[in-house]
Design a protein around this ligand. Structure first.
Ligand code: ZN
Length: 569
C-alpha cells in the first residue's frame, strides 16, 4: 500500500505523543513531522506536502483555522481537526475537515476517523491522477510550443507519481536521462538536458553547466572558485560548479528572479485559464473534443454520421469553429445536431451563423425533396431555452425541444443523453452525456473559472446548481487507478474529472450553508456580504470586476434562499 505521510500539529507535547502512540499501530502512516505552533505548521505543510494533517484547533498564536487560511484552503492536505471543544466541530466540518477528534478520544474513535481519512485520500489521489494525466497529455500534445512544463510524471522505486517542477532543486545529466534532485530525494527522468532546459520555466530554471540546471529560487549564494569559475551554493548546502559561459545568465536571473517569481507564481490549483480569445482544440476522450478559447466551451462528438456540437460560442467565431470541426471530423458529413445547454448569448450566439453555413432545420421547409439530402442542422434544447430565444431569427432557435427530464438519442454509435437541470443557472439548463465516450458537457452549472452564475431573473437558483452538480457526479465514475474515468467539460474553463466537480459541489454547498445560517440569524444582504462567506474560495473563483463578481454570487445565493418576506436590503 502506498504510504500516507502525516504531520502532527499540537501545542501540547503530551497530546503529540498521544497521537504518535495511536499512530504506531498504523504502519501505512508515516509521521513526517510534528509542529508545536501554527506558524511552523504553515511552513512545514508548504515544504513537506504531507498527505494528512492532524491539526489542533486551539493553539496560541495562529489557531488551526488560521493555519488553513495561511496555507490556502485549496493547497491544504486532508485535515483531521483535533479539538477540545465541540463548538468547533461544525466549523471544522465546513472547512473540509473529514472529521474531527474531540479530546480526549479513544482508540475506536481514532480508528474510525483515520479510516474515513484514508478513504478520502484514496479518492483524492485517484482524482488528482486523472487530472494530472490529462494535463500531461495536453503538455505533450502542445510541445514544442511555448507551454511551460510545470509537472512531470516520474517513475521511481516501482511507483509512478507526479512532481511539481517547482519542487526540484537542481537537475543533472545522466546519460539518456536526467536526474532530478529534490531535497534528499533524487529521481531519474527520461529526457535530455536540452529539452529539459527548453521546456522548464526559464525565469526559474537556469542552465549553469553543460550537465546541470538549477532552480534559482534555491540558490543561496555564488562563491568565486578558481580560474574565474564559481560555485553555486544551494540553501540545503549542495555545491555545484558553474561553468564560465553560464555565469552571466545566472547572475542576471538571480537579480530579477526573486522579484518576478514572487510576484507572479500562481498558487497551485489556482491558475485560471488565461483566455486569449484563440480557439483551442483538445481531444477529451473517445470521440469527443473540446473547442475552447474565446469564452465558452464547445463540446464536439465526431463520427461516421457527422458531428454533434454542444453549444455554439458567439457568432463571430463560427467560421473558425466550423473549420476546426472539419479538421477533426471522421466523415465528410457536417454537423448534424447542435445542442444548447442554455439560452445564454455566449453559448447560442453562433446558432444563427451555423444555421446559415450548414442549413437550418427550421427553414428547411421542403421535406423529402427528391434528390435533396437532409443536411440541415437540428438544434435541440429544453423547451424553456426555446421560449427565451423567440426574439432571435428562426434559424437560430431550437428546431426541436424537449420537456421533462431527458432527451436521448443514438448517434455515431453512441447513446447521447440530454438531461434537464431545473432552476439552476437558469430554468432551461441541460447537461449532455456521451455515454460511450464517457464525457459530460455541463453547460454553465459548472465552470472552473468562477463561482456558478445564477441568473435569478431567468429562474436560476443555488439549490438547482447543487442538484445539477450532483447529477453530474451521479453520471461520472472516477478513475480508480491511473487512467480513464469520466471527463467533464465545464461551460467555461478547463477539462475536469469527477473529483474537480466534487470539490466544486462541496464549495457551493458550503457557501449555501453559510449564507443559510446567516439568513437564519436575520442578517441582511449587506451584512452577509460584509461577512464574506466565500472568503476561503475567493482566490480561486472570486472576482471584484466583470460580469459575475463575488458580490453578485453572494447576492444570488442569498436571494435564492431568503424567504420573500425577508428584507433583502
Ligand atoms: Zn457561459
Amino acid at each position: 500500500m502506498e504510504k500516507i505521510s502525516a504531520l502532527i500539529v499540537d501545542d501540547e507535547p503530551l497530546a503529540r505523543e498521544g497521537m504518535r502512540i495511536h499512530l504506531e499501530e498504523h504502519t501505512e502512516i508515516d509521521v513526517i513531522g510534528e509542529c508545536g505552533d501554527g506558524a511552523s505548521a504553515v511552513i512545514t505543510i508548504r515544504d513537506l506536502h504531507p498527505d494528512l494533517v492532524f491539526l489542533d484547533v486551539q493553539m496560541p498564536g495562529h489557531n488551526g483555522f488560521e493555519v488553513i487560511e495561511a496555507v490556502g484552503a485549496d493547497r491544504m492536505p486532508t485535515v483531521i481537526f483535533v479539538t477540545a471543544y465541540d463548538e468547533y466541530a461544525l466549523r471544522a466540518f465546513e472547512v473540509h475537515a473529514l472529521d474531527y477528534l474531540l479530546k480526549p478520544f479513544g482508540r475506536d474513535r481514532f480508528q474510525q476517523t483515520l479510516q474515513h481519512a484514508r478513504a478520502i485520500l484514496e479518492r483524492r489521489r485517484a482524482g488528482d491522477l486523472g487530472r494530472r494525466l490529462l494535463a500531461l497529455v495536453n503538455d505533450i500534445k502542445t510541445e514544442p510550443g511555448p507551454t511551460r512544463l510545470d509537472r512531470l510524471v516520474v517513475k521511481s522505486g516501482g511507483r509512478v507519481f507526479f512532481l511539481r517542477t517547482d519542487q526540484i532543486d537542481w537537475i543533472e545529466a545522466a546519460g539518456n536521462y536526467v536526474r532530478l534532485h529534490l531535497g534528499d530525494e533524487s529521481h531519474l527522468f527520461r529526457e535530455t538536458m536540452n529539452r529539459m532546459e527548453a521546456r522548464l520555466d526559464g525565469r526559474r530554471f537556469v542552465r549553469i553547466h553543460r550537465s546541470r540546471i538549477v532552480n534559482t529560487e534555491r540558490v543561496k549564494e555564488l562563491q568565486p572558485w578558481f580560474n574565474g569559475e564559481h560555485v553555486v551554493i544551494l540553501q540545503n548546502g549542495t555545491r555545484l560548479t558553474l561553468s564560465r559561459g553560464y555565469r552571466e545568465k545566472l547572475q542576471e536571473q538571480l537579480k530579477r528572479g526573486a522579484a518576478v517569481s514572487r510576484a507572479e507564481a500562481p498558487r497551485a490549483g489556482q491558475a485560471k485559464n488565461p483566455d486569449t480569445g484563440e480557439i483551442e482544440v483538445l481531444r477529451v476522450q473517445g470521440n469527443v473534443y473540446l473547442i475552447g478559447g474565446g469564452g465558452s466551451n464547445v463540446t464536439v462528438q465526431v463520427g461516421p454520421s457527422g458531428s454533434i456540437m454542444v453549444d455554439s460560442k458567439s457568432g463571430p467565431l463560427t467560421d473558425k469553429v466550423l473549420a476546426e470541426i472539419k479538421k477533426i471530423s471522421l466523415s465528410s458529413k457536417p454537423v448534424q445536431y447542435l445542442l444548447n445547454t442554455s439560452a445564454d448569448a455566449d453559448h447560442v450566439g453562433g446558432n444563427e451563423a451555423i444555421g446559415k453555413a450548414l442549413g437550418s432545420a427550421n427553414t428547411w421547409t421542403i421535406i423529402n425533396t427528391p434528390g435533396g439530402s437532409q443536411t440541415a442542422v437540428q438544434v435541440l434544447a429544453h423547451d424553456n431555452v426555446a421560449s427565451r430565444m423567440t426574439h432571435l431569427p428562426a434559424s437560430a432557435a431550437p428546431s426541436e425541444t424537449f420537456v421533462g427530464r431527458e432527451k436521448e438519442f443514438y448517434f455515431n454509435g453512441e447513446p447521447v443523453f440530454m438531461y434537464h437541470v431545473p432552476n439552476a443557472h437558469s430554468d432551461g439548463d441541460s447537461i449532455v452525456f456521451f455515454r460511450h465516450s464517457d464525457v459530460v458537457a455541463t453547460g454553465d452549472i459548472y465552470r472552473t473559472d468562477s463561482y456558478p452564475v445564477i441568473d435569478l431573473q431567468k429562474g436560476g437558483n443555488v439549490q438547482g446548481v447543487i442538484d445539477g452538480l450532483n447529477l453530474v457526479l451521479d453520471l461520472a465514475v472516477p478513475a480508480h487507478h491511473e487512467e480513464g474515468g469520466t471527463f467533464v467539460v465545464p461551460g467555461h474553463g478547463r477539462i475536469s474529472d469527477e473529483f474537480d466537480v466534487l470539490e466544486y459541489r462541496d464549495m457551493v454547498t458550503i457557501i449555501r450553508d453559510r449564507i443559510q445560517a446567516m439568513i437564519a440569524k436575520k442578517m441582511t444582504l449587506q451584512q452577509v456580504k460584509a461577512a464574506r462567506p466565500t472568503l476561503d474560495y475567493d482566490s480561486r473563483y472570486g472576482a471584484t470586476a466583470g460580469n459575475w463578481t463575488t458580490d453578485m454570487f453572494v447576492e444570488a445565493v442569498y436571494r435564492s434562499l431568503a424567504p420573500a418576506t425577508t428584507s433583502t436590503r
